[in-house]
Design a protein around this ligand. Sequence first.
Ligand code: PGA
Length: 248
Amino acid sequence: MRQKLVAGNWKMNGSKALLADLLPSLVQEKGLSCQFLVCPPFPYLPLVAEQLASSELLLGAQDCAATAEGAYTGEVSAAMLADLGVSFVLLGHSERRSYQQEQNQLILEKTFRALEQGLRPLLCVGESLEQREAGQTKEVILQQLAAIVPELNGQQLEQLVIAYEPVWAIGTGLTATPEQAQEVHQQIRTYLRQVAPHAAEQMSLLYGGSVKADNAASLFAMPDIDGGLIGGASLDASQFLAIARAAS
Ligand code: PGA
C-alpha cells in the first residue's frame, strides 16, 4: 500500500515566533489519513520536536551530511537527526543541487547515511525549464533516479520517498498541471517497476512546486501522485492544513 504523504519544506525560513504561530494548529490536527511532516531548518528541530511529542505531525530535516561523524565543520550528521527524533530527510533538493553544487554521487552517500540511521530519505528530482523545453524531462529525471535507486536493496527502497519537483515550478507560482505532473510520475513509476519491481508499488511519489490549497486536490487526484512537498504554502497553517486534508 502506497502511503499518502504531505511534507512542508520551510527552507531557510522560520523563527521562534513562526513556530509559535504555526505549530499549535498543526499539532492539534487529528485523524488525517496521510502522513504529514514539517522540515524546519536545523536550529529549530529540537524546539519543534518538543511540541510534536503527542501529535501525529512528524519531523523531517532538509539535509544531512554525507559522512557519519568527525572533523566536518558545519555539517549535521544523520545520527544527530535521528537522536533528535527526526524521521525523514530531504535529499537532492534542486536548491542544493544548484547552490551547493550537489552531485548524484554525494546525494547517494547522504542517502546511505540517512538509511543507516533509520531515517527515510525523501529524494528530490526535477528538470529545469531549459531541459523541459528541449524535451529532456524524462531523460533528466531517469538519470537522477538511476544514480540512486539501483544502488539500494529492497529493504532500503521501501524507506525511500521520491519527490518530483520541476525546477521551473518551485517558488514561481507556476504549478505543473495535474496532467504534466502525472505524466512524469507515471514515467517514474514505470522506471521503478523495471528496476525495483517489489518496491515500486509501495513507494510514495510526491509532487512539489507551487502546490497551494486551491490546486492540491486536483494534483493529488492523479493516479501516481501520492502527496506533495510543499514550500511556501507550508509556512501558513491554514494553507498547509488544507493541503494535508486534500491528500487525506
Ligand atoms: P514551493 O517549493 O512550494 O514554494 O514551490 C517547493 C519545494 O521546493 O519543495
